[in-house]
Design a protein around this ligand. Structure first.
Ligand code: PSU
Ligand code: MN
Length: 308
């Protein structure tokens, strides 16, 4: 095993025995949500996974090692410590070489999950093509990671702060299957609909497991993006979101924020503008993705070579 990789004993045991394991990212904890809701959510996700029979593997870089599965004190650190890097895949090698502590984004978490042999990863929303990318070239590394790393990523789509039509176009160009879970439209994170059709629809976790196996049988390098709409009772309608998003984007421009600070700024500004409602939606859609991710991990563990 890789000298930089630290698997928790529980994760190592489950992987060795072929039991279900589900990966979580840590940027959502350190940079995506305010304290203490970030810590409560990370704990709730782990508890939900256990309740569903899967071992949770929260991924983070701690003092120069990639942890796959963290304990309570590490979760505390990720939720509270100042100066935790936002580590996308390009930052990993530097962070390890310099013994840094960093929260992993979707791209870095996918990479680490694959390295550890974990097939399923649940998050909130992926990064994608930012609005105005034709001028800034700001396209998340999550896109290119989905093109290169064979992991099933369960999301509520991509945030409406992004350019969703361009995000879907890039995913198609990169050959990434986007599966609508019981949905024919790409969800817009806080909202169930975006007006953008997804051609590939699936009805069950078992079907998603089959697609991942087919993808591997083909030798395709790409991951799979599952788009799982936020539950109806927690949805914020598209019309309500669009005003807050416009305001947040104007504030972003006014402050000339760029690069990896863009997504954390927009998320926290939208939480403020919504009086906290957007945070609750974010928590609930993430837990909903954890639930589906556990079902996919269970389906894979039940028939690892496609027997069912
Ligand atoms: N979606 C959220 N919260 C987040 C992120 C996405 O609801 O915190 C994070 C994820 O870690 C994702 C990253 O990989 O933002 C994308 O950042 P960027 O746009 O800088 O690539
Ligand atoms: Mn970016």
């Amino acid at each position: 095993m890789n000298e930089f990789l630290h698997l928790s004993p529980e994760v190592a045991d489950a992987l060795a025995a072929g039991r279900p394991v589900i990966a979580f990212e840590s940027t959502i904890i350190s940079h995506g949500m305010p304290y203490p809701r970030n810590l409560e959510t990370a704990r709730a996700a782990e508890a939900l996974a256990r309740g569903r029979g899967a071992v949770p593997a929260t991924v983070a870089v701690l003092d120069g090692r990639i942890f796959i599965g963290v304990g309570p004190s590490e979760l505390d650190r990720l939720a509270t410590e100042k100066g935790v890097l936002k580590a996308s895949r390009r930052d990993l090698a530097w962070a390890l070489a310099n013994r840094k502590t960093g929260a992993t984004t979707v791209s870095a978490t996918m990479w680490a999950a694959r390295l550890a042999g974990i097939d399923v990863f649940a998050t909130g929303g992926i990064g994608g093509v930012h609005r105005g990318a034709e001028g800034t070239f700001d396209i998340s590394a999550d896109m290119t990671e989905l093109a290169a790393t064979s992991v099933c990523v369960v999301s509520a789509g991509a945030k409406a702060i992004l350019d969703l039509p361009k995000t879907l176009e890039v995913l198609e160009t990169l050959g990434v299957p986007v599966l609508g879970f019981q949905a024919a439209e790409f969800p817009a994170f806080y909202s169930r609909s975006s007006g953008l059709p997804i051609p590939l629809r699936v009805e069950s976790a078992a079907e998603i497991a089959k697609v991942l196996r087919s993808q591997r049988t083909l030798g395709a390098p790409q991951g799979i993006l599952v788009a799982n709409p936020v539950p109806v009772e927690y949805e914020i309608p598209r019309g309500t979101m669009s005003g807050w998003i416009e305001t947040a984007l104007r504030d972003l421009d006014a402050r000339a924020i760029q690069g990896k600070a863009v997504t954390p700024f927009l998320l926290s500004r939208i939480v403020e503008l919504s009086g906290g409602g957007a945070l609750e939606t974010n928590v609930q859609l993430f837990l909903n993705n954890v639930d589906l991710g556990c079902a996919i991990a269970a389906a894979l563990a039940a028939a690892p070579h496609g027997a069912a």
